[in-house]
Design a protein around this ligand. Structure first.
Ligand code: GRF
Length: 212
């Protein structure tokens, strides 16, 4: 079907950091790569995230939803997840993309968007994923383990941490003398097309109304 004649698929993007993956998605939408997908809202769990600025510049409504630090870890994750679910439902969101989002999502949000919510992680899952594995910690662990290759993974979000079904992976070599920053940089270049391609798959799934 001509994408212009299809109903829009409303996407919400969740961010915590610099938002370069978000930027890749914004650019992809502008160039028509997301087909009928449209980034309808961005949510940041961090008020200083540069991703907020990227969303504003692109004219996308952006909401800051800060975790309530006074709650226990489990309560905090659930309370934040519930706020995100409310926003998603009130905006008729069809799919959710975690593009460098550090909070752990739980409860009814995960059930409501099962098979419709994806995350990008900078390692070849199931290696170097899970609790506490984010940012440079991932690349440091890869180097310490003497891995010959690393990369990124886009997967569906389930109730675990980085345990959902894998959609796609991109590999890069680990080179001798690499610092965590060198490796992160090499992987980043793969992340942008990985997140866009996986988002196109997500959008197709949402369009079909399929659940994996
Ligand atoms: C990326 O490395 C992504 O894989 C990870 O967090 C980082 C986000 O970077 N989950 P950015 O905010 O998209 O620049």
């Amino acid at each position: 079907m001509n994408p212009k004649k299809m109903k829009l698929t409303k996407i919400m993007v969740l961010v915590s950091g610099s938002g370069m993956n978000l930027q890749a998605l914004i650019d992809a939408e502008r160039s028509g790569k997301l087909r009928n997908g449209t980034i309808t809202a961005v949510i940041s769990d961090h008020p200083q995230a540069f991703a907020i600025e990227r969303a504003r510049r692109a004219g996308i409504p952006v909401f800051v939803e800060v975790p309530q630090e006074e709650l226990s870890r489990a309560e905090r994750n659930l309370e934040l997840s519930n706020r995100i679910l409310e926003r998603a439902q009130s905006m008729n969101i069809n799919g959710i993309i975690l593009a460098g989002f550090l909070s752990i999502l739980q409860g009814p949000l995960v059930s409501a968007f099962f098979g419709k919510m994806i995350n990008i992680h900078p390692s070849l899952l199931p290696k170097f994923g899970g609790n506490g594995m984010y940012g440079m910690k991932v690349h440091q662990a890869v180097l310490e383990a003497g891995e010959k290759e690393s990369g990124c993974t886009v997967h569906f979000v389930d109730n675990g941490i980085n345990t959902g079904t894998i959609i796609l992976q991109r590999k890069v070599p680990v080179l001798s003398g690499d610092s965590p920053g060198d490796l992160a940089e090499r992987i980043r270049h793969e992340e942008y097309s990985a997140i866009v391609n996986a988002s196109v798959i997500l959008i197709k799934i949402v369009n079909r109304g399929a659940v994996v």
